[in-house]
Design a protein around this ligand. Structure first.
Ligand SMILES: Nc1ncnc2c1ncn2[C@@H]1O[C@H](COP(=O)(O)OP(=O)(O)OP(=O)(O)O)[C@@H](O)[C@H]1O
Length: 266
């Protein structure tokens, strides 16, 4: 599989007024075209830092991110991001439709096509009738569906998701996980999904990259060899799911105390 996204020797050091924080020490990995990869790691491991560098929202201190052969120096055209805080990522004074349409206007998509993309995206997240509502009239889960619709309407080749379901209830979360896999399979996007939830990573991913505590390196790049068709109850009660969950769990426990000296595994 050709790598669509390459992260090469990525480093990020933050300079605060009174201290220097080495957040990411050395990250190298590739994500293949059409892959769904999850990233897990302990709190403060640098997951958000990594995603911001990949999204071109933060300049790395060293190394580079290459998307479709081109180095990333700012937000790439063919990438969309879904953040955890849907409440802050949707504009409250715009309707759902207007929120979804905004990035399409910036991308200079023609008006008629914008209308089609907005309608298709709303349909695909099960909110075909909510286009005229304002975000604050919707539940948290529905707002996150709108954020997903906005990302999908943009037709990105890469979708980055930063703990997108951390703030919704368990039932909604399961539905949104299935929606993510369904859209990924149907639209053929490449998805990089950051989560602190090990079960979620194993359920969703084809691969799970386990990050160490900061300064961050990759502890393991685990292949999730579960069947492609996943279903909340059946997949989660598969003995292989339990094995993978236990394996990733023990890695994340080690990750909390993992520091330089030892060679990272890949
Ligand atoms: N703007 C900043 N200035 C200084 N230090 C920062 C800044 N942003 C992040 N850090 C530090 O970098 C490290 C990694 O933070 P980051 O938010 O990327 O981790 P994370 O894995 O996403 O954490 P969590 O799982 O808790 O959300 C932490 O030690 C954090 O305190």
């Amino acid at each position: 599989m050709t790598a669509l996204l390459d992260v090469c020797g990525l480093r990020k050091t933050y300079q605060a007024a009174d201290r220097t924080v080495e957040a990411v020490r050395d990250l190298t990995f590739g994500i293949g075209d059409g892959e769904l990869a999850c990233i897990v790691g302990p709190s403060g491991a640098g997951k958000t830092t990594l995603l911001k560098c990949v999204a071109g929202l933060l300049a790395p201190s060293g190394g580079e991110v290459v998307l479709e052969g081109r180095p990333v120096h700012g937000p790439p055209e063919n990438m969309a991001v879904v953040f955890q805080e849907y409440g802050r990522s949707l504009f409250p004074w715009m309707t759902v439709e207007q929120n979804i349409e905004l990035p399409l206007k910036q991308k200079k998509v023609a008006k008629r096509r914008r209308g089609e993309l907005v309608a298709e995206a709303l349909e695909s997240v099960g909110l075909a009738d909510a286009g005229g509502a304002y975000p604050w009239q919707l539940s948290g889960g529905m707002q996150q569906r709108v954020a997903i619709a906005r990302a999908v309407a943009y037709e990105p080749s890469v979708l980055l998701m930063d703990e997108p379901f951390a703030a919704v209830d368990a039932q909604t979360r399961a539905e949104l996980e299935d929606l993510t896999r369904e859209l990924w399979q149907r639209l053929g996007m490449t998805v990089l999904f950051v989560t602190h939830d090990i079960e979620e990573a194993v359920y969703l991913g084809q691969r799970v990259l386990v990050l160490s505590a900061a300064p961050t390196v990759i502890m393991e790049d685990a292949v999730i060899d579960l069947p492609a068709e996943r279903e909340q109850l059946a997949t989660r009660s598969d003995p292989r799911f339990a094995e993978l969950r236990a394996h990733i769990y023990s890695l994340v426990q080690q990750a909390k105390t993992y520091h330089d000296g030892a060679e990272p595994r890949s």
